[in-house]
Design a protein. Structure first.
Length: 544
């Protein structure tokens, strides 16, 4: 591309031209631009989408061998997001995580260092790659009890202990929008000669406005996966993979992307990636003004509603958004810097500071009033804003929160099981007590997954199916000390609390019992209510 034109959206524009031309389709897809449904009546709004739902024909380019509009669109994306090269993903960040892991661990038995509380797509990537995983304990924010990312010191120690490691992978920000400083992690990785991969699924907008935390690429990461559909306005499944630097084999990465993505990628999804990028690229920080103003309305409103707390780092990281490679100029932070020092302003994480309503109940009451949060845990409710949020909608949210506060004033303090309950009348809890409740309850967050070791021994993953003859179903309460024979994934946020072959600790057993009783939804296991769990016929330290 000769000259970067941020205001262009090549894939989107090509689709518009395709529709206007009105060519007769002698190619797939079989809906023939929606014609198969005979009009609006039988396909409704989808008939409009189908007019743009083309495939690889003359002029539409090919995602797996881009030479025209897709190539141009990806180059524009690289320019916008500060990458050397960007790849459109039509299978979400899931596809990006799989491709990255299959690139850095191209042969079975290779070692990847990563935090334990990763999205299921990362665990699936380990399985597909037959990788050996060295799991790191993430650092904890002591106030909320929520896990962020491993400390640079932990990453350094793991790299020293496993010099054969091919790469390090972390998730940043977490589902709550919380983050730590990635730059020291990138430095530690590069000093050891390995790439840093970042699952930035929730941070596609990072680095695009001074009020937003710096993005992973700016901090020196080498491979970064972003769900453009989550925090930027692309269609669901639209995501991007950005790379920079010499650490990743790009030819292999392309091949891996072709393996995990459809050979008929959705053009509406790709066009939406193009449009989302154009919005940010052409308006830059201004694109976020209205959305941030909507958040501001919430912050001001909460200041007059002391019933609710808002998650914020005690010591925010001060860093201006730099360009790509800015990490080189950054100094290593003083040891002991807080694990949690960045917060996405678009993820407003609120909680009942009086301790009367747990997060699930607060979410239920908000939904009753027509406000649908992103997710909740025992304590917190995550409200996702974006550049599309409106101040008037926030006013309605505040009104709902005010009503809920009035409806439950003088209620009983009732958080997770095991948390002491007491009458609070209308007076608010002492900060110290509230903090303890926050900590106690957030231990049940489905984002957290703690192992007993800071650095685990390597765990070999494979695609070998579980042999039903080697397994039995036990009641969840009796599963501690047994080896899981199935994945257990509370959803959202999709962090497997157990993978097949993992020993079930007392702690995990208790947490799962608590979640199951609390009505959490579980994926991947045979009993979605998780009253029973599939385990291997062996017990720790002995046979069946
Ligand atoms: C941390 C994290 N990584 C990856 C993913 C997968 O993203 P996608 O839904 O775009 O495939 C998710 C989805 O929720 C996620 O939370």
């Amino acid at each position: 591309m000769d000259r970067i034109q941020p205001g262009r959206a090549p894939v989107y524009e090509m689709l518009e031209q395709y529709r206007v031309k009105g060519n007769i389709s002698y190619h797939v897809p079989g809906h023939k631009n929606g014609q198969a449904y005979g009009g609006q009546e039988s396909a409704g709004f989808l008939s409009e989408v189908m007019r743009y739902d083309v495939t690889e024909i003359t002029g539409t380019d090919d995602l797996h061998h881009p030479e025209g509009v897709i190539r141009e669109a990806q180059q524009l994306a690289a320019d916008c997001f500060g990458a050397e090269e960007s790849f459109f993903l039509v299978g979400g960040s899931t596809a990006g995580n799989l491709a990255l892991i299959l690139t850095v661990c191209p042969e079975p038995g290779m070692t990847l260092i990563l935090q334990r509380n990763v999205h299921k797509s990362v665990i699936h990537g380990l399985m597909l790659a037959g990788a050996r995983a060295v799991f790191l304990e993430p650092q904890l924010d002591p106030l909320s009890g929520l896990a962020v990312a491993p400390a640079a010191e932990t990453v350094q120690a793991a790299l020293a202990a496993y010099p054969e490691a091919a790469a390090v992978l972390v998730t940043m920000p977490n589902y709550y929008g919380m983050g730590s400083d990635l730059a020291p992690l990138a430095q530690v990785c590069h000093t050891s000669g390995v790439p840093l991969l970042v699952d930035e699924a929730h941070g596609a907008h990072y680095g695009q406005h001074p009020a937003l935390p710096a993005g992973a690429l700016m901090c020196g990461a080498d491979g970064v996966v972003q769900s453009t559909h989550k925090m930027l306005p692309a269609l669901t499944m639209g995501a991007m993979l950005h790379v920079q630097g010499p650490w990743l084999d790009r030819a292999l990465l392309r091949q891996r992307l072709a393996m995990v993505q459809s050979s008929s990628p959705s053009y509406p999804v790709m066009a939406s990636l193009d449009l989302a990028r154009r919005l940010v690229h052409s308006q830059r920080a201004d694109a976020f003004t209205a959305g941030l103003a909507a958040v501001d309305v919430l912050l001001r409103g909460l200041a007059t509603l002391p019933r609710y707390g808002l998650l914020q780092p005690a010591e925010p990281l001060q860093r201006a958004c730099g360009g790509a490679g800015a990490a080189a100029a950054m100094s290593t932070p003083p040891p002991g810097r807080a694990a949690y020092c960045t917060q996405d302003p678009f993820k407003a994480v609120i909680y009942d500071a009086a301790g009367v309503l747990g997060g699930f109940e607060l979410q239920r009451r908000l939904e009753e009033k027509g406000m649908v949060p992103e997710m909740s845990d025992d304590r917190h409710v995550v409200l996702a804003f974006s550049l599309g949020s409106k101040a008037e909608d926030t006013q309605r949210l505040l009104a709902a929160l005010q009503e809920i506060a009035e409806e439950t004033a003088g209620g009983t303090v009732g958080l997770s099981e095991g948390t002491t309950t007491r009458e609070s009348s209308t007076e608010y809890l002492q900060t110290e007590t509230a903090e303890k409740l926050v900590l106690a309850s957030a231990q049940n967050s489905t984002w957290n997954n703690f192992t007993t070791d800071l650095i685990s021994r390597p765990v070999l993953f494979s695609m070998k199916p579980v042999n039903p003859l080697e397994t039995e179903r036990v009641r969840l309460e009796y599963s501690a000390g047994r080896m899981a024979a199935e994945m257990v994934i509370p959803y959202p946020p999709g962090i497997p609390l157990l993978y097949p072959g993992e020993w079930i600790s007392e702690d995990i057993c208790n947490r799962l019992v608590g979640l199951s009783k609390g009505g959490a939804k579980f994926q991947a296991c045979a009993d979605p209510a998780l009253q029973h769990i599939l385990v291997y016929n062996i017990k720790k330290g002995g046979d069946a």
